[in-house]
Design a binder for this molecule. Structure first.
Ligand code: ADP
Length: 409
């Protein structure tokens, strides 16, 4: 814990379309003091779950209608206040906001002022579901504590180092530039944290380490990281491109969209909903939870088996592609809900890639742990690792570093 009088706490806010997740961290020892979630915002019965972590306090829960994000923030601050940790606390150094889209402009964590907030709002068309909630979160927190540094940490920022030949789509340049159409990539704070942590696990300097990170949660993305810098990533203008996900298709021939519009008479919004919400594992077999899919496979379910095979095939294609992009790979690193927990996915993703120096050791791969660990056999040319992600800690670190910098730049 920090000494009184030296503000070292950071509140991390992750405002989604109908939820706000939050964590309060003390950066002196990177200790988590509280965490919580407000969900079903705007619905009839919203829920706030608050867990004080430092004081060993009891988990508290309340269910009531929470009309909007402004109300949600006020309630979560009141909940933090009960333990003397609210937004009014003098020990709070800054608020770190996860912001989904930084567009081409925001390439790192940014102190928010009126101009920055307006620019973040201008990016709403690039992420219409998430960006408005991010903007409201920042606006409300600023209203509640106008004196406090508010830092925006962008999901896209880590990928800003991609070279133009990786981020530019091969379409008419003038049209692309006029509408900011290019690959941006997402899950950037996770790819940043995990790639750095993987280098530590290998006992190497990040500047001298090449890794392929596979962030496999409900959303899923791959990145190629060379010497600590992202050189390619699988998500694009939006989080729809790339790997097979829980409910998103990932890569698909764009002509599928024209075909469905012309032949099935579907609207743009209808196809958007199909590819984002009714595709991926869920579209293929009706389940998007990997645990359920594995259970069904064990029972001999053919649709679940095929969904798993398609998911793994896409992973192998990206590993191969990014091995070619990087030239030399030191590790393939799995993270997020599926990557950290599903041993079968890790095994299937590298199956047949022995020629690339990749293999998993069955016993190591079967171990369950919250710690970063190697799952490849000793002496493997390329390490295979599991590194639990921690996006909140990464956001808090970036926020604190920027908020406490002398020049504030
Ligand atoms: P997100 O943050 O994208 O919502 P997470 O990283 O929390 O997602 O991952 C959620 C997914 O992780 C679940 O949908 C489920 O498929 C998978 N998952 C979680 N636990 C396990 C487990 N023990 N075994 C296999 N898959 C798991």
């Amino acid at each position: 814990m920090s000494t009184p009088g030296t503000p070292a706490r950071v509140l991390v806010l992750n405002s989604g379309s109908s939820s706000v997740k939050y964590q309060l961290l003390d950066m002196a020892g990177e200790e988590r003091l509280a965490s919580g979630l407000v969900e079903r915002i705007g619905e009839r019965s919203s829920r706030l779950v608050h867990t004080p972590l430092a004081a060993g306090g009891e988990r508290r829960e309340r269910t009531e209608r929470i009309a909007d994000h402004t109300r949600a923030l006020r309630l979560l601050s009141a909940e933090l206040d009960k333990d003397g940790l609210g937004l009014d606390s003098p020990e709070l150094a800054a608020v770190g906001h996860r912001v989904v889209h930084g567009g081409p402009r925001f390439t790192g964590p940014t102190l928010v002022d009126d101009g920055v907030l307006a620019q973040i709002e201008e990016l709403v068309p690039l992420a219409p579901l998430h960006q408005p909630a991010n903007v409201t979160g920042i606006r409300t927190a600023r209203e509640m504590r106008p004196d406090l540094p508010q830092v925006a940490v962008f999901d896209t920022a880590f990928h800003a180092t991609m070279p133009e030949h990786a981020y530019r789509y091969a379409i008419d340049t003038a049209t692309a530039d006029a509408h900011l159409v290019r690959r941006y990539g997402f899950h950037g704070t996770s790819h940043a944290y995990v790639s750095r942590r993987a280098a530590e696990l290998l006992g190497r300097a990040p500047e001298d380490t090449n890794v392929i990170v596979l962030h496999l949660g409900n959303g899923a993305s791959a990145s190629a990281v060379a010497g600590g810098r992202c050189v390619d990533t699988s998500m694009g203008l939006t989080p729809l491109e790339g790997l097979v996900m829980g409910t998103r298709s990932g890569d698909i021939d764009p002509a599928v969209v024209f075909h469905l519009a012309r032949v099935a008479g579907m609207s743009v919004d209808g196809i958007d909903e199909l590819l984002n919400k009714r595709s991926g594992l869920s579209g293929l077999c009706g389940d998007n939870d990997m645990r359920e899919i594995r259970r069904r496979i064990d029972e001999g379910d053919r649709a679940a088996e095929l969904a798993f095979a398609i998911y793994a095939h896409r992973l192998r294609k990206y590993i191969g592609a990014y091995a070619a992009v990087l030239g030399r790979v030191d590790a393939v690193v799995f993270t997020a809900g599926v990557g950290e927990n599903a041993a079968e996915v890790r095994e299937a993703a590298v199956a047949g890639l022995e020629g690339f120096g990749l293999a998993v050791d069955a016993a190591r791969n079967a171990v369950r742990s919250d710690e970063p660990r190697l799952v490849s056999p000793d002496g493997s040319r390329v390490a295979v690792a599991v590194v639990p992600t921690d996006e909140e800690l990464e956001i808090a670190r970036q926020t604190f570093a920027l908020a406490t910098r002398e020049d504030g730049q």
